[in-house]
Design a protein around this ligand. Sequence first.
Ligand SMILES: Nc1ncnc2c1ncn2[C@@H]1O[C@H](COP(=O)(O)OP(=O)(O)OP(=O)(O)O)[C@@H](O)[C@H]1O
Length: 293
Amino acid sequence: MTSTAVIDVERLNLKYGDFHAVKDLSFQVRRGEFYALLGTNGAGKTSTLETIEGHRAATSGSVRVLGRSPMDRAAVRPKMGIMLQESGFAPDLTVRESVRLIGALTRRQDRVERVLSVVDLTRKAGTKVSQLSGGEKRRLDFATAVWGTPELVFLDEPTTGLDIQSRDALWDAVDKLREDGSTIVLTTHYLEEAQQRADRIGLMHRGAFHQEGTVAELTQTLPAVIEFGVAGAVPALPLQARRSAEGKVVIETHQLQKDLFVLLRWAQDNAVELRELEAGATSLDEVFRAIDN
Ligand SMILES: Nc1ncnc2c1ncn2[C@@H]1O[C@H](COP(=O)(O)OP(=O)(O)OP(=O)(O)O)[C@@H](O)[C@H]1O
């Protein structure tokens, strides 16, 4: 393991009876990195993360977290903040009591009022968990990742059910965790969130990596896209194009800058207005769509 690896997975295999859910998976997450573990349904993300978090034993292979076995819970667990999809706080506890409980369980030091403020639940501090809205419950789940600024933070679908203000606030808080040195592991089906923030992405399919790398490395395997709308008839385009389902003109290219220049000159020469012009690397959505099921 390199000295900066916070998570080191070597040839991990997980089997459920005869079913081979994770196959010889190897990857590392470096200190301070934002790593997104993404994948198709049933790819093995949850199984892999549960092993790293110490909830599940590997069938074979080695997993090291912060230099130790994840089964060494007394040493490793206090350094990890895990925001599950459903934390299952007791419905009869108040928000303040729940946050205090997080503190007692993690044994990290922090202040209840600070964490309530970060997850924007100060005004709900005296409210029972059973009376929180879905988004408020999700923000309370997020408190488990914030309390005591853990060295390693796992975020499992963190923004599900959050409105745009709460999502922005959550990502601001994650940025703050990173500034304070936390390593972040995200899993989500909202690919745009990973595309905007992840340093590296592990893209799983059927128990193994389909691809692993930076967003640029993943997206550069597919052509870049130029897209625009036009009103009425247009002169013949100097580039190969197709129409999208919404009637927009779509040009796929491996030489974005050159073809964009050709297009803009053509539009200028022919007095064509390019409406809602967009040009750039393809999205992670397309990388996913290209996976052969
Ligand atoms: N306890 C279990 N017993 C048998 N098979 C299981 C068990 N848990 C998971 N699996 C299977 O292992 C595979 C991987 O499941 P896992 O939950 O790790 O996938 P995932 O990538 O998290 O999927 P999703 O995106 O759909 O949540 C799936 O085919 C699933 O049906």
